[in-house]
Design a protein around this ligand. Structure first.
Ligand SMILES: C[S@@+](CC[C@H](N)C(=O)[O-])C[C@H]1O[C@@H](n2cnc3c(N)ncnc32)[C@H](O)[C@@H]1O
Length: 245
């Protein structure tokens, strides 16, 4: 596994940061049609894109999955940013899939399907060895996150709209279940630890999202999480402590 680059402005691979910057800020924010954060890749938080750069390199991922693509802002970003990786995205709403497919027509690495997300997760989990799963499917009455997590036996997982316990970062709640450590505790084999970005971390690019900023959590399933423990911008969270906080 590759070590993360040293965390300072001169230590981050300059070409990687510039490439992420260029693709991120040229991606159309079509999601503004219905997203409270105004749309854009990863809720218009470039630090999440930088984190994804690190995760893909450190875990040597061979595929990317996005569940719940909506109008394709993140799918578009991922397919352009990582042309050598297959990017599998799905949505349960046919109109969202049709729009995203049209938007990404011509990008041979982008595969957009109309599916209940746990099915896509299970297929990718079977087809690839080290998938990066970006889990962002919600809004429908049946929230699929628990079923998505249960379908993963091997991969690195990034959960969007997760409660990171900081007032600047938003999260989702379904019924009385918060998208937070309680959901991880309900996994068939709950992880001992998960990781959240340190809100004070000094990323090489600033987040320009001035509106709603989503919390994210990262966990490794069936893979060594040493690379996450040593990441300079991530905080290690012990699940048993977090669920009782
Ligand atoms: C917050 S939006 C996703 C935003 C998108 N990931 C982005 O970055 O622009 C959530 C999407 O999840 C979809 N969704 C809800 N339940 C789903 C399910 N079971 N399977 C697939 N998609 C689902 C919704 O239709 C909606 O388009």
């Amino acid at each position: 596994m590759q070590p993360f680059p040293p965390h300072n402005l001169t230590g981050w691979p300059q070409a990687q940061v510039e490439r992420t910057f260029g693709v991120f800020y040229t991606t159309v924010r079509a999601g503004q049609a219905g997203l409270s954060d105004g749309g854009g890749p990863f809720g218009f938080d470039i630090t999440v894109a930088l984190l994804v750069d690190d995760l893909l390199s450190a875990f040597e991922c061979d595929a990317i999955v996005e569940t719940g693509c909506y109008l394709g802002d993140t799918t578009d970003y991922l397919a352009h940013r990582y042309p050598d990786l297959p990017v599998h995205a799905c949505d349960i709403t046919q109109a969202h899939v049709a729009f995203t497919r049209q938007r990404l027509a011509g990008l041979s690495n982008a595969h957009v399907t109309c599916l209940d997300s746990p099915l896509l997760v299970a297929r990718a989990n079977a087809a690839h060895q080290r998938t990066l799963f970006f889990l962002d499917a919600h809004w429908a009455p049946d929230w699929p996150l628990e079923r998505e997590l249960a379908a993963i036996t091997r991969g690195v997982v990034l959960i969007h709209d997760f409660d990171v316990g900081h007032p600047r970062f938003g999260y989702d709640t379904y019924g009385d279940l918060v998208c937070g450590p309680q959901v991880l505790a309900r996994m068939p084999d709950p992880p001992e630890v998960y990781f959240t970005p340190d809100p004070q971390a000094d990323w090489p690019l600033p987040c320009l999202q001035t509106g709603r900023r989503a919390g994210v959590a990262v966990l490794a399933i069936g893979l060594d999480d040493e690379a996450l423990c040593s990441h300079p911008c991530l905080t290690t969270r012990h699940l048993k402590e977090e669920v009782h906080r």
